[in-house]
Design a binder for this molecule. Structure first.
Ligand code: CA
Length: 248
């Protein structure tokens, strides 16, 4: 008797955000949804900036707009950029309508899964990592002054980590009329872990430490708890947000 031997990859995810130990407010936002029937999932982390409540508002608008913009539509690179355009417009128009929010903006990193394919979009210095077969790989490049200088060979990663300019990002969502995201299409593999994180996590923990915590193979809820706890133990200088997606 023939049977369907195809094993469905099950998406399991968890996210968490923590104010950290220094900042008084949390300007990060994260959102996700999983549609098991469609074997689809959308995951986004945003790290806002701006005076008054600007940072919080910018990151929330961008995260909500991204999720709304990718639902019920076949995904392509162009469609992902359209979603980023909508997020940019949402944040930018709100900033123009309210003087207290002028200049607000946000980073954005998104993973959108459709079957065995996924799209990763990023703007700014929030990152996407993949752990596959025990090896951690950073999939995104930061749009930041120091990361660009590292890529050009002008700074070492060690110099970048302590540079007074390490907070300067070169692209943001909502600060201008238009922003171009880096967008990549990737093939998923059973067993993969994906991590979306704000810089409050990735500045406190190096790749080895992140890999070690994800490699425990614990359920995503425990992994995100472990990552946030470790980032706080390392100083918790900024808001810490992470979202872990596992193809179980
Ligand atoms: Ca941050």
């Amino acid at each position: 008797m023939l049977r369907d031997q195809r094993v469905k990859a099950v998406l399991v995810a968890a996210g968490a955000s923590h104010r950290g130990r220094v900042r008084r407010v949390n300007e990060d936002s994260y959102l996700f949804r999983i549609d098991e029937a469609e074997e689809a999932g959308d995951f986004v982390v945003c790290d806002g900036m701006g005076g008054a409540a600007g940072g919080e508002i910018a990151s929330r608008i961008a995260a909500e707009t991204m999720l709304a913009s990718v639902s019920n539509t076949p995904l392509t690179v162009a469609q992902m950029q359209k979603a980023v355009d909508a997020a940019n417009e949402g944040v930018h128009s709100q900033a123009e309508n309210d003087l207290a929010l002028a200049g607000m903006g946000t980073t954005l990193v998104m993973l959108a899964v459709r079957g065995t394919q996924a799209w990763v979009a990023n703007v700014g210095d929030s990152r996407c990592y993949r752990l596959r077969a025990g090896k951690l790989e950073r999939l995104t490049q930061d749009h930041s002054l120091v990361d660009e200088q590292v890529r050009m060979g002008r700074l070492t990663p060690e110099q970048a980590a302590v540079s007074p300019f390490r907070n300067v990002i070169t692209r943001a969502v909502g600060t201008g009329d238009h922003v171009t995201a880096d967008i990549q299409e990737i093939a998923l593999s059973a067993g993969d872990f994906y991590l979306l994180a704000s810089d409050g996590l990735t500045r406190e923990l190096d790749d080895d430490r992140i890999a070690q915590i994800i490699s425990t193979g614990d359920p995503p809820e425990q992994i995100v708890e472990g990552l946030i706890q470790a980032a706080n133990q390392a100083g918790g200088h900024d808001n810490i947000t992470c979202l872990v997606v596992h193809l179980a």
